[in-house]
Design a protein around this ligand. Structure first.
Ligand code: ARG
Length: 463
């Protein structure tokens, strides 16, 4: 008799090259726990509706537990001849239970089985992702507290722009990661719809109870269209998209910190434990973790591209192309979870080089925009104020000095009357400390606003 679950129709055995080419057990074996869980729920339901006896369902449940333990111990011999993890588990079951094992696949197909297992796996991954993202958020909030009071130059176009408080900087990443968590939670809603019972594509003539399986497996709803759900991979596209946004966030952060750890910037000390050296240059301490984080983003975004190309042009319903989905999703997940696991301690333990940052903080006209706003507050039209401060900056560049070094007359000229800058208190907008203290809007780097945000995040993240 054929080894295959579908052998009845075939007169010849399968070519070994075809078995090697079509197998998925080399990568889908990591679904074994989810497959067993789904099969146990399915068997229990079959007993409820009279398609199995209670004793048969119980025998199946116990045997599946044993098979799970064998796989966990590395005791299962995987073979391309048995295609995938689902067939391996079913074969192990029939080896133990004979005809009772041969009843398990009643009212289901591998098509709905595969996508059910995959959804259970993605659901677990999303829950783990939420925890990893929250850990990284806490590392940033921890840094925000540790670097309390430090002022950083903020950049646009990687040119010095305006001063920002270090906690404001760290909380910017906390916000991004929060959106990532929200995206993951939103994705989970569409993941958590039960496919099982769709069978091959059209449902079944057997009296299955999908609602019972839904409740047993903790799904929120039962998919309403078998033809749709048996081949649907929208949820996987969303999952890998969620991962791609996380990867993009990590990549931007990593790039920033690679720059910050250079001699040229000198903003950041990354602990030795999170750096590596050079085999030839004895002095080197390289930010390889950050570089790899930046580089690995390519794999994740690549997986998203590959998944889109995979589903593009697929007619309803299941097509074997879809077997390729898992390797991509697994790799995207392994990559992002690996990056997050190392990012959290790296963030928590890296410290700002306060002296280097402070020593150059007055360079680059970080106070120019606040000076302009000071003029606006004194009645100068915005465009005129912009123009006037631009001239002052030009003057400074000629003299190689800062705005604060200009004589009173320069500011009086801008305000149109002698002595006006003194009465108008314009000098109080100059210098980074004054510029920073002047901020007031909600969401800004205003010290009082930032303090509120740090407190809010601490309580939100249970710190
Ligand atoms: N290993 C396959 C997959 O992951 C199982 C589904 C095969 N279904 C079928 N009708 N041939 O997609």
């Amino acid at each position: 008799m054929s080894q295959k679950t579908w052998g009845g129709r075939f007169a010849e055995g399968t070519d070994a090259r075809v078995e090697a080419f079509t197998q998925s057990v080399s990568f889908d074996r990591r679904l074994y726990r989810h497959d067993i869980r789904a099969s146990q729920a399915h068997a229990a339901m079959l007993a409820e509706v009279g398609l199995l006896t209670a004793a048969e369902a119980e025998a199946i449940r116990t045997a599946l537990d044993e098979i799970g333990a064998v796989i966990a111990d590395g005791g299962m011999a995987f073979s391309a001849a048995l295609e995938d993890i689902h067939t391996h588990i079913e074969r192990a079951l029939t080896d133990r239970l004979g005809d009772v094992g041969r009843k398990l696949h009643t009212g289901r197909s591998r098509n709905d089985q595969v996508v059910t297992d995959l959804k259970l796996w993605v659901r677990d991954a999303l829950d783990e992702l939420d925890g990893l993202l929250a850990d990284l958020q806490r590392a940033f909030v921890l840094s925000a507290e540790r670097e309390h009071g430090v002022v950083l130059p903020g950049y646009t176009h990687l040119q010095r722009a305006q001063p920002v408080l270090a906690p404001h900087y760290y909380l910017a990443y906390v916000e991004k990661l929060q959106r990532d968590r929200e995206r993951a939670a939103d994705c989970r809603e569409r993941v958590n719809v039960l496919p099982l019972g769709a069978a091959a594509l059209a449902g079944t003539s057997l009296p299955i109870d999908r609602e019972s399986v839904r409740a047993k497996l903790g799904f929120d709803a039962v998919a309403a269209n078998s033809l749709d759900v048996s081949g649907d991979r929208d949820f996987l596209l969303e999952f890998v998209f969620v991962l791609s946004v996380v990867a993009a966030h990590l990549s931007g952060w990593a790039e920033e910190w690679v720059l910050w750890s250079t001699t040229e910037f000198g903003f950041l000390d990354i602990p030795d434990a999170f750096c590596t050296g050079s085999s030839i240059m004895p002095h080197k301490k390289n930010p390889d973790v950050l570089e790899l984080t930046r580089g690995k983003t390519g794999r994740v975004v690549g997986a998203l591209q590959a998944l889109f190309v995979l589903v593009k042009g697929l007619p309803l319903a299941y097509n074997r192309d879809l077997q390729e989905d898992k390797a991509l999703a697994f790799d995207a997940w392994d990559t992002v979870s690996g990056c997050l696991a190392v990012a959290a301690p790296l963030v928590a333990q890296s410290k700002l080089r306060r002296e280097t940052i402070a020593a150059r903080l007055e360079d680059g006209f970080l106070d120019a925009t606040t000076l302009m706003e000071g003029l606006i507050a004194r009645g100068v039209p915005m465009r005129s104020a912009h123009e006037a401060v631009g001239r002052l900056v030009r003057e400074c560049e000629g003299k190689r000095c800062r705005l604060a070094d200009l004589p009173d007359a320069a500011f009086d000229a801008v305000l149109g009357e002698p002595g006006a800058s003194a009465t108008g208190g314009l000098r109080q907008t100059l210098g980074v400390a004054n510029a920073l203290a002047a901020f007031r809007s909600y969401g800004s780097t205003a010290p009082a606003e930032v303090a509120k945000q740090v407190a809010a995040w601490k309580s939100r993240l249970g710190m």
